[in-house]
Design a protein around this ligand. Structure first.
Ligand code: NAD
Length: 366
């Protein structure tokens, strides 16, 4: 994706990028008083309002943030569609360090921008954001989900995301090893955050050998305290470590030329969005290396199922039950990909797009 935003205004490829990715709307938000710099990406609203979390990250430049929001919001469209939810795809990014620059005023100002879209975009948590932050955003807009339980929400969606990833990982194991039992398998979890930590819990319980990596020592120590059985590996060396399953649960783009060359595993199944740096190139590269890839937007859809449940009035238990469907759909996608000689990622996109195209036909009928 070519994303050139030059301060001089000479070269601006945003509309070209939007056209290439099929985006409906991009909203740039800036506020001097609070220091807010954010971008809201609305990819597709055929199935319903665009729902997707807000990520706060210290991007090195605006172009990187724009590229991230374009890729993430497109992924949300497919995630909602493949999960059978009546939602479109959207996502937002706030440019900044969530550990030092996040505060009530900045988040509430962001909430006002979300509100100005009148419900076309609904926000929730993502990397660098927690339920308290969502609470601040909700002070300025009702178009928010993933609220804390004491405010009538379903709280942090990560446990349901982790459960869905676990389901997708088990389905992948069934496909590759003939059994979905993870006992004795070595699983490397990259990122001990909200989802990674919960996933580790399921894996340890099942008897897997779990390796963990994170860029922050305190996250690793917290994980080790809860799950003493985990083994810590250096964040830089994770790709060179022998393992059965690589579970990316940090940021996207880790499946790139360099990392795939180094990977020593048979399955990739994790929570991170947009794991493939380039869908076509790296989807094929994994096939060539004999590594089975569980499509990220399918197996990490538990969180979206959870926040959708909050909007529709069902509880966390119902969301967990619904997330179990990920096991069966993952196996269906593997079969479809094999029959049609395509990568698992391409197969999942075709599945999702088929539903969007079908529903588009009935949208114009009263
Ligand atoms: P989080 O911010 O709680 O955790 C991310 C963790 O990754 C942090 O501990 C961070 O320090 C670590 N990290 C960052 N870069 C790293 C690197 N290079 N190597 C190792 N660790 C690194 O985020 P989260 O909510 O756990 O989400 C994790 C991923 O899953 C994200 O890509 C997110 O978009 C995706 N996801 C999350 C949910 C959800 O419900 N939270 C739902 C769907 C998808």
């Amino acid at each position: 994706m070519e994303t050139v935003v030059k301060n001089s205004g000479v070269e601006l490829n945003v509309l070209k990028d939007m056209n290439a990715t099929g985006h409906e709307q991009i909203v740039f938000c800036q506020d001097e008083a609070t220091g807010l710099k954010a971008i809201i990406g609305i990819h597709n609203t055929v199935l319903g309002p665009a729902l997707g979390g807000t990520r706060m990250w210290h991007y090195s430049n605006d172009g990187e943030a724009l590229e991230d929001v374009l890729r993430l919001s497109r992924g949300m469209t497919f995630k909602a569609a493949i999960s059978g939810l009546n939602l479109g795809g959207g996502k937002a990014v706030i440019i900044g360090d969530s550990r030092t620059q996040k505060n009530e005023a900045l988040l509430r100002r962001f909430g006002k921008f979300v509100d100005s879209l009148g419900g076309k975009y609904i926000t929730a948590e993502d990397v660098g954001m927690g339920t308290k932050d969502i609470e601040y955003i909700s002070m300025e807009t009702k178009h928010v989900t993933g609220l804390p339980e004491h405010l009538g929400g379903t709280g942090d969606p990560s446990p349901v995301t982790a459960y869905g990833v676990y389901m997708g990982m088990k389905a992948s194991a069934k496909h590759v090893y003939g059994s979905d039992d993870l006992e004795g398998k070595t699983v490397a979890v990259q990122g001990c955050g909200h989802v990674g930590r919960q996933l580790v819990g399921y894996l340890i319980k099942e008897g897997a050998k779990v390796l963990v990596a994170d860029i922050f020592e305190d996250n690793l120590q917290e994980c080790k305290l809860t799950h003493p059985g985990v083994q810590i590996v250096d964040a830089q060396k994770i790709y060179d470590t022998q393992m059965d399953i690589y579970a990316p649960c940090a940021l996207g783009g880790t499946l790139n030329d360099d990392h795939i060359d180094r990977l020593k595993c048979t399955i990739v199944a994790g929570a991170a969005n947009n794991q493939l740096k380039d869908e076509k190139v790296h989807g094929q590269k994994l096939i060539d290396k004999g590594i089975v890839y569980a499509p990220d937007f399918l197996i990490n859809s538990g969180g979206l199922i959870n926040v959708y449940g909050e909007l529709m009035g069902y509880n966390k238990e119902a969301a967990l039950k619904k997330a179990e469907f990920i096991y069966g759909v993952t196996l269906e996608i593997f079969k479809y990909a094999k029959e049609n000689n395509m990568s698992n990622g391409e197969a999942a996109i075709q599945y999702a797009q088929r539903r969007i195209d079908q529903i588009a036909k009935i949208n114009s009928v009263l």
